[in-house]
Ligand binder design. Structure first.
Ligand code: FAD
Ligand code: SF4
Ligand code: SF4
Length: 482
């Protein structure tokens, strides 16, 4: 079967077919089509089965990539699926939206010279085949356990933990303040990267497997954190980070200036068929407007590409560093450029101008200086380099900080790191409170879905060890009392 592999010399790297720009600019559908079976197997067969697979080392979940590629190349897709599912709870999500250029594929040994193996696309192909053929089933634990676990937050971290704990047999209740489950997978990330159906399909499976979802349930408001803690044997906090960073500059108070996530939530809700007054009034609709997005991360890229699809007159991204230093995925920047987004690299906003309503952005050219302590090059403004851009809708996409959870949960002993994220023990993911665990962006700061999944799985294991310890202690105490 080895002859089926090592084809990187004779077979070129191909991603699944990308829809034409003219077509995809007009709708919110995912931009890649699926691999057909021949292409999936052929691309998997490019793998050289490295002794030290750097792809696996650089995947946060340490997925067993060489094995699933080999099984796919050999047409053993059900076994490939089992290998994929052993380490990743939502591989079809990661296959679509991991920044593979920075993780697995960017570290594939044949990347230089031949082009890395299309790992994400093959991962997605395996899982979509598994769904199609009915291999993916809801949790059916071998035995039900009496202990109950409460999970606060239904993003990828909370959902990954819920899946793992339920499969172990725990009674799992998940609370989310939103009316839909999925966190940023539903309300942040647009459909052209991740179709809502992909998330809804998983949520339905979890529900079928016995996870109980409590929607519109904001912990700290609807019920106190302490009361919830008393109701469950263990609690997981997976609330993400949502305090949007801001910058004050002259004109910040003008109308038609939005926060990136508010803009994306409005667009996502509209796509889901909700009534969205801020969109319907035109305030968060980019149609026919000159849109300027400030910031070059994932949120910024999703905003510019959403504005294109809403029919904006022009879309410009202002970013204070250059393309090489952008925090977002390079692949997403290329997609945005193909779709007609104009980038002003090395440019920072100075003021928002207009009479009541923004109509221009004044910006200043920057240059890169010596690396700062964090390793990133510092930036300096270039004197007398101001320029203006027309702008009817300015969107700020400057990143997120965690909210003050000890205050929101009225729990002052919940310890924080110096970054304001929740402090957890690395081996167990337990916070400073006994039986309270945390995972995802709320412990790492704004990061990636794959890391949220990893931490959700780790926290589930930490909770399992904690609850088993508690049961064992209770048993020992009872035995001693007899
Ligand atoms: P979240 O997904 O934020 O979920 C937290 C959940 O907790 C939410 O549903 C929230 O409603 C709920 N919650 C909060 N407080 C409470 C409370 N008090 N009571 C009840 N519920 C509460 N990552 C990638 O890997 N690839 C990408 O392409 C990508 N694109 C992104 C685009 C955007 C616009 C954004 C903002 C992020 C993007 N990310 C991307 C990052 C990724 O979405 C996050 O890292 C990931 O979702 C974090 O998962 P989480 O479960 O920790 O938190
Ligand atoms: Fe690559 Fe992400 Fe899949 Fe890991 S989970 S193999 S990083 S696409
Ligand atoms: Fe295969 Fe590339 Fe991983 Fe090597 S690094 S095992 S070639 S996918």
């Amino acid at each position: 079967m080895v002859e089926k592999l090592l084809k990187f010399v004779s077979v070129e790297r191909h991603t699944p077919e990308k829809r034409a720009v003219a077509e995809r600019r007009d709708d919110f559908g995912e931009i890649y089509r699926d691999f057909d079976p021949d292409n999936g197997a052929e691309q998997a067969a490019r793998c050289s089965q490295c002794g030290i697979p750097f792809c696996q080392v650089h995947c946060p979940l340490h997925n067993n990539i060489p094995d699933w590629l080999m099984l796919t190349a050999q047409g053993r897709l059900e076994e490939a699926y089992e290998v994929v599912a052993a380490t990743n709870t939502f591989p079809e999500v990661c296959g679509r939206i991991c920044p593979q250029d920075r993780l697995c594929e960017g570290n594939c040994v044949i990347e230089k010279g031949f082009g890395g193996v299309t790992i994400g696309a093959v991962e997605n192909y395996i899982v979509e085949t598994a769904f199609e053929r009915g291999w993916i089933k809801p949790a059916r634990p071998r035995r039900e356990l009496a202990s109950s676990v409460g999970i606060v937050g239904g993003g990828p971290a909370g959902l990954a933990a819920a899946d793992r704990l339920r499969r172990m047999g725990y009674q799992v209740a998940l609370y989310d303040r939103y009316d839909r489950i999925g966190g940023l997978l539903i309300y942040g990330i647009p459909n052209f990267k991740l179709d809502k159906f992909v998330v809804e399909r998983r949520v339905a499976l979890l529900e079928e497997g016995g996870v109980v979802f409590h929607k519109d349930f904001e912990v700290g408001r609807r019920e106190s954190f302490e009361s919830l803690r008393a109701r469950h044997d263990a609690l997981l906090i997976a609330t993400g980070v949502y305090d949007a960073r801001d910058m004050t500059m002259p004109g910040s108070g003008l109308a038609n200036i939005a926060q990136g996530l508010d803009y994306l939530i409005a667009s996502n809700r509209k796509g889901l068929g909700d009534r969205v007054p801020a969109f319907d009034s035109g305030a968060l609709d980019a149609r026919d407007k000159h849109v300027v997005v400030i910031g070059g991360g994932d949120t910024g890229m999703d905003c510019v590409r959403t504005a294109v699809r809403q029919g904006a007159g022009s879309v410009t991204c202002l970013y204070r560093r250059d393309r090489d230093n952008m925090p977002g995925s390079r692949r997403e920047v290329s997609h945005a450029m193909e779709e007609g987004v104009h980038f002003e690299w090395l440019a920072a906003p100075e003021a928002l101008l207009g009479d009541g309503v923004v109509d221009r952005v004044k910006a200043l050219r920057m240059r890169l200086g010596a690396p700062a302590t964090d390793g990133r090059q510092s930036i300096r403004p270039i004197a007398e380099s101001s320029f203006t851009l027309p702008c009817d809708l300015a969107i700020k996409a400057l990143g997120f900080d965690p909210e003050d959870l000890p205050a929101a949960f009225d729990s002052p002993t919940l310890k924080l790191t110096r970054h304001g994220t929740l402090k957890v023990a690395s081996h167990s993911m337990m916070t400073s409170l006994d039986g309270v665990f945390a995972a995802g962006d709320i412990t790492r700061g704004a990061d990636l879905v794959v890391w949220a999944i990893k931490e959700g799985r780790d926290a589930a294991d930490g909770i399992d060890a904690y609850l088993r310890g508690k049961t064992a202690n209770r048993g020992a105490a009872m035995a001693a009392a007899e």
